[in-house]
Design a protein around this ligand. Sequence first.
Ligand code: NAD
Length: 481
Amino acid sequence: MAPKLDIETYPGNIINNEFVPTPNTRHSINPATGSPLFKVPVTRAEDLDAAVEAARKAFKSWSTTPFSERAKLLLEYTDAIEANRDELENLLTKEQGKPLSLSHTEMDFALSWLRAFATMKIEDEVLQEDEEKIIYSTHPPIGVCAGIVPWNWPILLGVGKLGPALITGNTFIMKPSPFTPYCDLKLGELAKGIFPPGVVQVLSGDDNLGPWITEHPGIDKVAFTGSIATGKLVAASCAKTLKRCVLELGGNDAAIVCGDVDIDKCLPKITTLSFLNSGQICMLTKRIYIHESIYDEFRNKMVEFTKNNIKTGAGTEEGVVVGPVQNKMQFDKVKDIYAQIEKQNWKTALAGQAEESRNGYFITPAIIDNPPEDSQVVAEEPFGPIVPLLKWTDEDDVIDRANALRTGLGASVWSKDLKRAERMARRLEAGSVWVNSHFDVDPRVPFGGHKESGIGMEWGIEGLKHYTNSRSLWVWKKIFE
Ligand code: NAD
């Protein structure tokens, strides 16, 4: 029987399958109420050293544990999470702010991701074979991997690193964002009863902890998800020890809507994917290019749909799509973009509101009507519920505009003419491109960014290979006398 979690108690970091308290503690807040949540550890450098030592020791046996045994434990772990899913989903809404329905979806994803990883084995490949020799491509694990997790999807992006690291034979140290440490610490607590000591550890801390991890000589790989600015710091820091790093960074995805679409069918999805999680997802539809022949109708219907269906409120309220923005720093950033509406004379199709009118960080959606291409709301990822609509006429021109930025995470084309849409999709510079959809993800499908949206891929066999070294193994059959 999986243990039942007490979500109000955080006795310490999870190191070597023990709770290890720290002399100092901190807490984050519930963004819907502003009230403080529970006390969590503030990791010291020596705590990280202890975790790395335990992880290095555990690596010796975990890396040689058969795939079937690693998969079995990963599935047991998934069951333990599932047994606590209600508590974890409530906790997620409390710490992150997202609607309970979205916490439920995040948990569904997390469970199915882990179960899929447990089936994904990287097989050796025979590159050449003749009478004299056989040459294999093999993929041994790298060693101690660290996962640095952002605050927008703490559960999914935490286990989305943990699963691939473990199934490929690495040991794993997770560092949650200081804004959302609670669910990730509980994931560590559950892991402690299932995996051997040192295989999964979770450390929570302040702003010092990330840089300590990227600099640590005992850590072999960092899997990082977060902003582009921080990603560059992580890459520079990892370079000092030539640590492997995979970076999943910000995006500013274009959705190109062609003139032949059935507006009523595609609009609900495009609109919802502009505002989901209050715009705080790396690959939402953040720039919507609409063919001029349907621009006015699309805009008017999008405004109506948003007014009627995209409700703002606490994540615990029924029917809410836009919960509070997760933290004060992000709230101030989004407020600043809303302040630009007047300063820059942007036309609003829907004027949202970003004011501290309640205790939490609530912002209602805004739709900007055909602003200049170089305006901040088009050129930068707002990470809030505000989206620009832009007009296009010429196919080459709209593709150039979609590809013009330094980001390249996701992009989509919407049309009834699948041939044309696919032709356009193949010209888009992004790690995930969809035709008549956006935001589809799957544990078996690699996910990552082009240009400044990232380096390397997560998920899929390709993503799992990033948790391994590539080893060419030459076996000569002739025995020397
Ligand atoms: P962030 O970059 O501020 O923080 C991410 C993580 O890095 C946190 O755990 C933080 O504590 C840690 N960190 C901060 N400074 C560090 C440093 N110098 N060294 C090492 N670690 C450090 O990002 P965020 O604000 O938590 O997340 C929002 C950003 O993440 C957005 O830009 C979003 O688009 C991006 N994101 C990308 C993906 C993706 O898969 N591509 C997914 C989700 C979010």
